[in-house]
Design a protein around this ligand. Structure first.
Ligand SMILES: *Cc1c(COP(=O)(O)O)cnc(C)c1O
Length: 454
């Protein structure tokens, strides 16, 4: 009776809304929505769980546009007042004494390693589960990266594996807060104090993450950030070094500015450039975007952490899906990438690539590590192995050190993780609970159809 009165157009609108609702309904009361999930997988011709796109990244508003126009029109595009102001604001936001902005995170790391006086003949202990830039920062300073395996639950460097890697040449530890987690900074700092080592935090994936109420990047001697396009705080390309020692920060400044003297510690009687250096100054328009983006980063970080908490509680119920874990001392999570382990045994041997294909067909794209790992842990990367064979390395490092390098840098826990990582970009976490439910439903649907998909 009612239906007759509806025009065809209105009927279609109503029925579409109803279908959408059914798919989108939060699965609070019944976590396994079997009616949806036993349907034919989209990869085999069924209806996808999701057709709507996930939130975009980056996000910008009129505020960004209003701020950048005067910078553009001023004609001052090289480092000047806007960068200096952004440095103050980043330091304030992160709870740091000093901040130096750079062209990008890679150069922030290279500059930080240099600024701590680390160079040829010295070793830096780091994690194999990271982005290549961490390793370039060590190699470009002619220092030797030494790999300590990861904790299989948190995916961060395992502090218990660090001391065994220390030699008389070890100069620093370079922990990386990777894919939304935080390293155990208490244990890392204690080891560093005991052996008189420097600590450089690579916090390029962990803006505003907190360890015991203190923000990452302020917990070691220097902390580095990236503001690259995909990162949780971005200005397209950009980087930052945080620190508390004025002399070290001045040396970093000098290095990022062609070796020109900076501050009261550098010699002024050796020409205009007392050190050989690079040039990696942030531009004014980068800083302008960074300033306006900082206005929303706290809320976005909270939102991502909330989505991740909700999603983790659901997804871990699916057999073979093992989310990354965090120490209770991590009181603020921050995400570049949400990661979990895919255990194909629980999916009747369905290969990870097939799992990803099936999810993609359901409208939920995931990856094997967001281009961060690409199947190669850093201890086996070409950049490391080719550098070991370079003239400078062969002249600086003892032959035994280089010959035994591969054997001494095995990281079996990381090798396993690289084979099992699945996850998605932080922008998904900016969505609603219903968005998280769609991701969950897509994974569940693939799980329930694992035999058909094999
Ligand atoms: C992104 C990233 C970097 C490098 O930052 P860029 O700004 O891209 O140069 C370094 N380390 C890690 C862990 C990163 O994720």
């Amino acid at each position: 009776m009612e239906r007759k009165k509806l025009s065809r157009r209105r009927f279609l609108a109503t029925s579409t809304a109803a279908t959408t609702l059914a798919v989108w309904a939060p699965a609070k009361s019944a976590p396994l929505i079997r009616t949806t999930n036993t349907a034919t997988p989209a990869l085999l011709g069924g209806t996808p769980v999701r057709t709507k796109p996930f939130p975009r990244w980056p996000v910008w508003t009129d505020a960004d546009e209003r701020a950048i126009l005067p910078v553009l029109r001023s004609g001052v595009w090289s480092r000047a007042n806007v960068v200096a102001e952004a440095e103050k604001q980043v330091a304030r936001l992160m709870g740091a004494e000093h901040c130096l902005l750079t062209t990008n995170g890679t150069n922030a790391l290279i500059t930080a390693v240099y600024g701590l006086g680390i160079g040829a003949g010295q070793e830096v202990i780091t994690t194999p589960y990271t982005f290549i830039a961490t390793i370039h920062a060590i190699l470009m300073n002619n220092a030797l990266p030494v790999f300590a395996d990861i904790d299989p639950e948190t995916w961060q460097i395992d502090p218990g594996k660090i001391e065994g890697k220390i030699t008389k040449n070890t100069a620093a530890i370079l922990p990386v807060h990777i894919v939304g987690g935080v390293c155990d900074m208490d244990r890392i700092n204690a080891i560093a104090r005991k052996h008189d080592l420097k600590v450089v935090e690579d916090a390029c994936e962990a803006h505003l993450a907190e360890w015991k109420g203190k923000k990452v990047g302020t917990l070691g001697d220097l902390g580095c950030f990236s503001f690259q396009n995909g990162k949780a705080l971005t200005c397209g390309e950009g980087g930052a070094i945080l620190g508390h020692d004025e002399k070290t920060m001045d040396l970093c400044y000098s290095y990022h500015n062609l070796g020109r003297p900076k501050g009261k510690y550098m010699p002024r009687d050796r020409g205009g450039h007392p050190i050989a250096a690079s040039k990696c100054r942030m531009a004014e328009y980068q800083a302008s975007i960074l300033l306006t983006q900082m206005e929303t980063v706290v809320e976005q970080t909270r939102r991502r952490a909330e989505s991740a908490k909700y999603f983790t509680a659901k997804i871990r119920e699916i057999p073979g899906i093992v989310p990354r874990k965090d120490s209770p001392d991590v009181n603020q999570l921050s995400f570049y990438y949400y990661g979990f382990r895919y255990k194909k045994e629980a999916f009747d041997g369905l290969p990870r690539d097939r799992f990803l294909q099936a999810l993609d067909a359901e409208g939920v794209s995931m990856s094997k590590g967001l281009g961060v790992i690409e199947g190669f842990p850093m201890n086996r990367e070409g950049a490391v192995l080719s550098t070991l064979g370079s003239k400078i390395f062969r002249s600086v490092y003892p032959k035994e050190t280089l010959d035994s390098y591969r054997d001494r840098n095995q990281c079996p826990k990381c090798d396993d993780l690289v084979e099992e990582t699945v996850g998605f970009h932080q922008r998904y976490l900016l969505g609603t609970k219903e968005d998280m439910d769609d991701i969950y439903n897509a994974v569940l649907k693939v799980y329930e159809n694992r035999k058909k998909l094999s």
